[in-house]
Design a protein around this ligand. Structure first.
Ligand code: ADP
Ligand code: MG
Length: 878
């Protein structure tokens, strides 16, 4: 166990002798022994002993000491005002943080100030907006295992989004986790933590929380009996434990605080969505671009996100994470997008209004957790103010989806009125010092304010009145925080001071006085002011509680606004980048003029390409030199499928697509070196998954599979896989390969065809036309590229000979293995073909070049290696 956690050994030894404050610290550490305890002492959070040392190291803050009669304890403190960034540092270092606040006013405390843990900050249950991305969810996951399968739940504590599912296979558990990408997870006693990513904090949480009865009761308390809407026991247990954990992180005394804003739990079946496993999410770069050479690039989500508010940003990501497989639901979105595409004025107006929408979900969850301040309530109101405008913009909507959304928009007039009447404009952020409740809302408050104002007015007038009474024009009425109000008279005028002045303070050039009446008035103001502040806080809490009761209604409006925003975003992108409405549910892919949605934004002249994969011919082998466009072409097919099914238009002139149940991708080892995770074993494991799980409705994209092993093995595997996909699976398949022999296999198979990309010569340069064509690329495109690049004809010819000889060798002796060296006689004979003379011996560089060329083991080289070698050899000849 980490020594920084739990009660410090130095304190535990003599718990009974500790000072009351240190005893309190000790006990909180014992109670929250999975967390670093931040212990409020005035304006600071303090840590002691090992925890202090750990925090000082991680946060690079000063380590000091606290000494008392019982000992000397290392101590580190962080200012409360900037706690968030320090807490973030501790989270990043893998710690949970329990925040122990002073929960009573130190001035009123008799004896030691009471403290309690008001929240436990963990990576998956963050609610502080400084630590969250506004346009992305932050999930904590829970995994339980039962007799009939798994229970898996995801909760975003900051927004109240709560979903559950019951996968029956471990692989599905992994896929769903990859989709939601939780920051943290809790697992039940019999569940396996291995399904979670490395950067996810995983805890084996209290088995009692995962026990059936406790979990069932908790879920029922929030959402009614789970029997009707959750799948099975494991799901109930996962959800119940997650609720318990979320409550735990909110602190509270003994019994946990209920989280009232968790009003809905949505159960889904993974089969309702296109499966996108972790490999596919990464290789299609939906959310993150694999950094090539360390530079950050653009992912699909970046080119797709034109949302105007945080709600829409999160909704769009959810759609991208979970494309649909149901044609009706997909077409409902397409209808809505289509309508918004064809009505740019309404769309612009909607987006303008949506820009004024604050993060309703996080606001209402803050309200519910009693964390919202008066400004948050005003933001909520400001958002509700634009809802009627958005409703108006949608009044001419025709598509069912948009009409339905309009219906669900509700301005929540009662809530709006309440906030408008109760909370003043631009209220103070601090809740205890007044300045938050509007005039006219509460009689008592108005009276107190009246008294205060009258008193202040009397004092304002006092200066004038006293000047007149005393005849001293320089007399001043002032205020300071120590002595309160005073009347100041300069020394030369002290004779004029009336009887009822009492001396308060003597300065160098003047004296300060009070009068009994001034004192009385002052007390009146102070009293009224303090009581007004208290009253404001009381009223504010009442208003906040009342607004909190509308949580579910606010969430419904938020949900509708999120969807409207996401649809507008899809329409804006479709209109600006000339996407077309895809026809979904077709018997195959028929894409005309398809483009890669990300590459087309950076490539100056992107070349559109067609694609046809039918039920009869679902498989295509794609060949062509490196950099000719194979990977781009295949991924763009997968992206068109994903976009179509999430409800978006697609980058193409026209597109008919099937309903794909899953996209499989496999990028060969040598193409994934940047990712640093690919080994041949990984490659084969993924291949095994594909062959096991793909159906005829899957889209399989294989990019250079079989590179991680010897050419012979690699080729053998590629052919066997192709045959299996073709004969048994029947999945829509695109297979880019450097194994040219595979084109012969494709030519033989009924359901397969060859496609290729070529290189062309343009002046001195070899360029790629990025145009897909029917048929296989020529066998020796590597040499062709070399020729077009200007490698001397003799060398090119020799290279062709070498290829031919190699082929003959392989034919002659299948067991020859790697002994591909060409005999020296062949080198001799080629030198006579070149214009070089042999008399200079090694003085002629072409001799070396030829030696090296002859010694090349082409069987072990990839096309790109061959190209670079030829390029270098050529440079040596010049
Ligand atoms: P390959 O897989 O054949 O090596 P890539 O698909 O990786 O080739 O493409 C190489 C580069 O060519 C891409 O990074 C991209 O910039 C460009 N490219 C690919 N396809 C096209 C296209 N259709 N139009 C324009 N440029 C393209
Ligand atoms: Mg490639």
């Amino acid at each position: 166990m980490d020594a920084a956690l739990g009660p410090p050994a130095a304190m535990a030894e003599h718990r009974e002798e500790l000072t009351p404050m240190m005893a309190q610290y000790h006990d909180l550490c014992a109670e929250y022994d999975d967390s670093l305890v931040l212990f409020q002492v005035g304006d600071f959070y303090e840590l002691f002993c090992e925890a202090a040392e750990t925090a000082a190291r991680i946060l690079e803050i000063t380590l000091t000491k606290r000494e008392d009669s019982t000992g000397s304890y290392p101590m580190a403190g962080i200012p409360i005002d900037s706690a968030a960034s320090y807490i973030e540092g501790l989270l990043e270092a893998g710690y949970r943080v329990a925040v122990a606040d002073q929960v009573e006013d130190p001035d009123e405390a008799s004896g030691i100030v009471e403290r309690s843990v008001t929240r436990v900050v963990t990576p998956g249950t963050l609610t502080e907006s400084e630590l969250l991305r506004s346009d992305d969810n932050n999930f904590v996951a829970s995994l339980a295992r039962g007799a009939e399968g798994y229970g898996l739940a995801f909760l975003d504590v900051s927004t109240g989004d709560f979903v559950a599912t019951g996968p029956d296979a471990a692989a599905t558990v992994r896929d769903e986790i990859a989709r939601f990408d939780p920051a943290e997870a809790i697992v039940g006693p019999d569940a396996d933590a291995a399904a979670f990513a490395d950067d996810c904090m995983v805890t084996a949480y209290e088995p009692e929380a995962f026990a059936h009865d406790a979990a069932h009761g908790r879920v029922a308390d929030y959402f009614g009996s789970p029997d009707a809407h959750l799948g099975g026991d494991a799901e109930v247990r996962a959800c119940g434990a997650l609720l318990a954990y979320a409550e735990y992180t909110r602190g509270g005394e003994g019994d946990h605080d209920r989280l009232d804003y968790l009003t809905h739990l949505t159960r889904y079946d993974p089969r309702e969505y296109m499966v996108l496993d972790g490999v596919a999410l990464r290789s299609l770069e939906l959310f993150e671009r694999r950094s090539v050479h360390g530079s950050e690039g653009t992912a699909l989500v970046d080119v797709l996100d034109e949302t105007a508010c945080a709600l829409g940003g999160r909704r769009l990501k959810d759609w991208l994470r979970r494309p649909l497989v149901d044609a009706d639901r997909i077409e409902a979105r397409h209808d809505a997008v289509g309508e918004l595409v064809s009505d740019p004025l309404s769309r612009d107006a909607l987006q303008t209004d949506l820009r004024d929408v604050y993060d309703l979900e996080r606001l209402i969850s803050k309200v519910s957790r009693h964390r919202a301040d008066a400004r948050d309530l005003r933001s909520l109101k400001a958002t509700l103010d634009v809802v009627p405008d958005i409703e108006d913009e949608l009044s001419d909507a025709e598509s069912e989806h948009l009409c339905d959304l309009r219906e669900r928009l509700d301005g929540l007039d009662d809530v709006r009125e309440l906030i408008r009447n109760a909370i003043r404009e631009n209220p103070e952020r601090e809740l205890t010092e007044g300045g938050i409740i509007a005039d006219g809302y509460d009689e008592t408050l108005d009276e107190l304010r009246g008294t205060r104002r009258a008193g202040e007015q009397w004092i304002d007038d006092l200066e004038e009145a006293e000047r007149e009474r005393t005849g001293v024009d320089s007399l001043k009425v002032g205020h300071n925080s120590v002595h309160g109000y005073y009347i100041e008279v300069t020394n030369p005028n002290l004779d004029a001071v009336p009887e009822n002045y009492e001396r308060r303070q003597t300065l160098k050039n003047s004296e300060r006085f009070v009068t009994p009446e001034l004192r009385e008035r002052e007390e009146e103001i102070m009293n009224a002011s303090a009581r007004a502040d208290d009253r404001e806080l009381e009223l504010f809490r009442e208003v906040r509680r009342e607004v909190g009761e509308a949580a579910e209604r606010v969430q419904r409006v938020a949900d509708a606004l999120a969807t409207v925003d996401a649809l507008c975003s899809l329409a804006a992108v479709a209109a600006q980048y000339d996407y077309c409405r895809p026809e979904v549910g077709a018997d195959g892919f028929e894409i005309e003029g398809g483009r890669h949605p990300v590459v087309e934004r950076t490539e100056e002249s992107f070349v559109p390409n067609d694609l046809s994969l039918t039920r009869e011919t679902p498989l295509a082998v794609v060949t062509g030199p490196n950099m000719s466009g194979k990977s781009t072409y295949m991924r763009q097919a997968a992206l068109v499928a994903v976009l179509a099914q999430l409800g978006s238009f697609v980058p193409a002139r026209s597109a008919r697509v099937p309903l794909v149940d899953r996209v499989f991708t496999r990028v060969g080892a040598s193409d994934d070196i940047a990712g640093g995770r690919s080994t041949f074993m990984v490659e084969m494991t993924e291949l095994a998954d594909i062959l096991r799980d793909a159906t005829k409705n899957s889209l399989v994209v294989l990019d250079e599979v079989g590179r991680g092993t010897s050419t012979a093995d690699g080729y053998a595997i590629a052919q066997a896989v192709t045959e299996r996909l073709h004969d048994d699976v029947g999945a829509y398949t695109l297979f880019a390969t450097h194994h040219h022999d595979l084109t012969a296999v494709a030519a033989e198979l009924n359901g397969a065809r060859n496609l290729h990309f070529r290189a062309a010569r343009e002046g001195e340069d070899v360029t790629f036309v990025h145009e897909v064509a029917q048929g296989a690329a020529s066998a020796s495109y590597g040499i062709e590229v070399a020729e077009q690049a200007g490698v001397p004809p003799g060398v090119v010819e020799r290279a062709r000979d070498v290829v031919a000889e190699r082929a003959a060798n392989v034919d002659r002796d299948v067991d020859a293995g790697a002994s591909a060296d060409v005999d020296s006689g062949a080198i001799e004979s080629t030198t006579t073909d070149t214009s070089a003379t042999a008399d200079g011996g090694n003085a002629d560089p072409s001799d070396d070049v030829l030696d090296e060329l002859a010694a090349l083991n082409l069987a072990e080289m990839t096309p790109i290696e061959a190209l670079t070698t030829l390029n270098r050899l050529q440079r040596e000849l010049h």
